[in-house]
Design a protein around this ligand. Structure first.
Ligand SMILES: [Zn+2]
Length: 322
């Protein structure tokens, strides 16, 4: 029997191969994961983040212990977010050589041999107003902010970071950081850019974790409107042109179409950020869903959509079971 000349049932039986489970088009391994670590200068030991059950803030010393545990589980990279002891209008703690992230990078590099350390580069955790850039008349300044992002990146590189990850969605940030790193002799430090970062409601728990909530306005003048897809492709294209080594789509699960499209259009190293809200939804659903299986399915779906790397709070749980 045939339909438009194509072989059909009963000659074709899809269930034959499915029964054997012989073909798996997408594979996913723990080496594809990046684990986020929150480092808090104000605490001793570790403290659980209320809105993200199972996630903690760590002192600088404990961040080293945590990174070692993560590495021993088979995860290759961590991304660091800092909570400083002091905030000001211009976020000057972010580029302090003795700042929380700079010290945490050195601690982790000392504790763990072969780990890739990524430093998140932004101002929102360091400014008193909580925005991702310098402010004038309640407006986030773009070009002036670039100078600071360059400074932060340079101090991360000096501390031993392998990758810097600008997340503030300022225009020209990748180009400016690349230039700053290169003239400072850090041409081997890579840039992973939060290229298509949406102004998403899924970030709620993160703001609690990183104390990065803002005092006025919102982030819609720099983060993307979630109704847009073409714009994400323009953002990614610009970041590639400016010298990004890895581009990113954030969040992941409600943006699988963007991940898919980005991989198709650019075939460029691509990361996706499985964000705090996505994590907490799974955690708070554990009474009605099989958490382990859900995590595996979610991470696989992000990979299948086209992400090479996935930043996920589930990374440790996933790696423990593999
Ligand atoms: Zn920010």
């Amino acid at each position: 029997m045939s339909f438009y000349g194509l072989p059909q049932f009963p000659n074709i039986r899809m269930r034959r191969l499915r029964r054997l489970n012989l073909i798996e088009e997408t594979s996913f391994k723990k080496e594809d994961l990046i684990y986020p670590i929150f480092v808090d200068e104000n605490i001793e030991g570790r403290r659980e983040i209320k809105s993200m059950p199972g996630q903690y803030r760590f002192s600088i010393k404990d961040a080293g212990v945590e990174a070692l545990e993560v590495r021993e589980l088979g995860i290759r990279s961590v991304i660091l977010f800092g909570i400083p002891s002091r905030k000001d209008e211009i976020g000057s703690e972010a580029y302090n050589k003795e700042g929380v992230i700079q010290r945490a990078i050195r601690e982790i590099k000392r504790e763990v041999g072969d780990i890739t350390v990524i430093g998140d580069v932004c101002l929102c955790e360091y400014t008193s107003h909580g925005h991702c850039g310098l402010i004038k008349n309640k407006r986030v300044l773009n070009d002036e902010t670039l100078e600071i992002l360059g400074k932060i990146s340079k101090t991360y590189a000096e501390s031993g970071a392998d990758v810097v990850a600008p997340s503030g969605m300022m225009d020209g940030m990748v180009g400016h950081i690349r230039e700053t790193l290169d003239v400072s002799g850090y041409e081997d430090v890579a840039i992973m850019s939060y290229s298509a970062k949406y102004n998403s409601n899924f970030y709620g728990p993160f703001r609690d974790a990183a104390e990065s909530g803002y005092k006025f306005g919102d982030r819609s003048t720099y983060q993307m409107n979630y109704k847009n897809s073409d714009e994400a492709m323009r953002e990614i294209r610009l970041d590639i042109a400016e010298g990004a080594d890895i581009v990113m789509v954030k969040p992941a699960l409600p943006y699988l179409d963007i991940i898919y499209r980005a991989k198709k259009e650019f075939n460029f190293p691509l990361a996706a950020y499985n964000v705090s809200g996505e994590y907490s939804m799974v955690k708070y659903s554990s009474s009605v869903l099989d958490e382990d299986k859900i995590i595996e399915e979610i991470l696989l779906s992000i990979k299948r959509a086209g992400a090479d790397l996935i930043i996920s709070y589930h990374a440790k749980d996933f790696a423990k079971r593999k």
